[in-house]
Design a protein around this ligand. Sequence first.
Ligand code: MTE
Ligand code: MO
Length: 383
Amino acid sequence: DPYSSDPERHPVLRINSKKPFNAEPPPEILTESYITPHVLFFKRNHLPVPQVDPASYRLQVEGLPRGALTLSLKDLKTRFPKHTVTATLQCAGNRRSDMNQVKEVKGLNWGISAIGNAKWSGARLRDVLLAAGFGPDVAKWARHVHFEGLDKDVTGSAYGTSIPINKAMNEDGDVLLAYEMNGEDIPADHGFPVRVVVPGVVGARNVKWLGRIVVSAEESSSHWQQHDYKVFSPGTDWSKVDHTSSPAIQELPVQSAITVPADGAQIDHSDETLTVKGYAWSGGGREVVRVDVSLDGGKTWQVAQLRSGDKGQPDEPSPPPGRSWAWKLWELTAPLPPDADELEIICKAVDNGYNVQPDTIPPIWNLRGLLNNAWHRVKVKVT
Ligand code: MTE
Ligand code: MO
């Protein structure tokens, strides 16, 4: 069993698939902490977790005129400045289960917790590429940076993908070759000893157990770049789908969800107020500037309170414009609407580009159930 050496996992996680291991935390626990502890962070593995010996680990950097650069873990830690970024990672399949309810889609049935926020530390990819010989001549032809994991399928092919070179080389892009998560060595499930962290970009590009980096004029030819993680029209079915017709997902759209109360929860009618909690985040470094909450199915709206830290603690300092990589947690306490025996609670976020979430799923439905960022709705009973 290639999965027999997979690490132990926290029992509270809700398992979507055991082999490969895919699991998410219960929503109400997810928003208990601004920084998601690694044991509660969602795990999305396509293959068995590779066991990597940190002493013999080598990262290959290829495609540059000076020839390949080989770096040990120690090289990565000592030859490049250590940089720390708080960044939210979200799977493109987050909230797929709601899309699946509209019409069947193919993929893991994620709830709303295939998202987490962590403090990642490591070397900047930019610094490593410069050390490997990236310069003006390379900039003339280089368009993409490929990443290959050390996790391999039965045919020996590795998980792989790519990002645009601009994101990799931009001084404000904050792309990391991370060796720490929340101040500790990156745990096995999250890519030990090194993973790429591409802030603002879909989870799939944040390659774990990184083995190889290639600078290229072309996008990665891997399955995960070319034949997955693409979105099509709601009218496209499996008989019509042409993967060359859509670009690979990179930056993610604005997102929010309600973690408390849970769908189907019972509220006591004698309560004077109701507290609603959740998360909000946008891709591409765009900051969430507002979250609107409705307790009456969208007829009236109230603005939630946003925070960038734990409750009762000071917020993390605001990042410079365009580098808002981390989510905001939000909360609204409002009078319980009188005389209702059921409430439809809705949330929707707005980012600093005034991008908004679509109100319903059908117009964004797609056959793989990706990028569901419709208004999140939960129904509760008042008894
Ligand atoms: N990297 C490798 N090597 N193998 C994988 O299966 N899954 C990707 C990405 N990087 C994956 C990977 C996907 S789809 C997501 S959403 C994130 O890792 C999940 O990261 P996490 O498990 O740390 O939450
Ligand atoms: Mo993902």
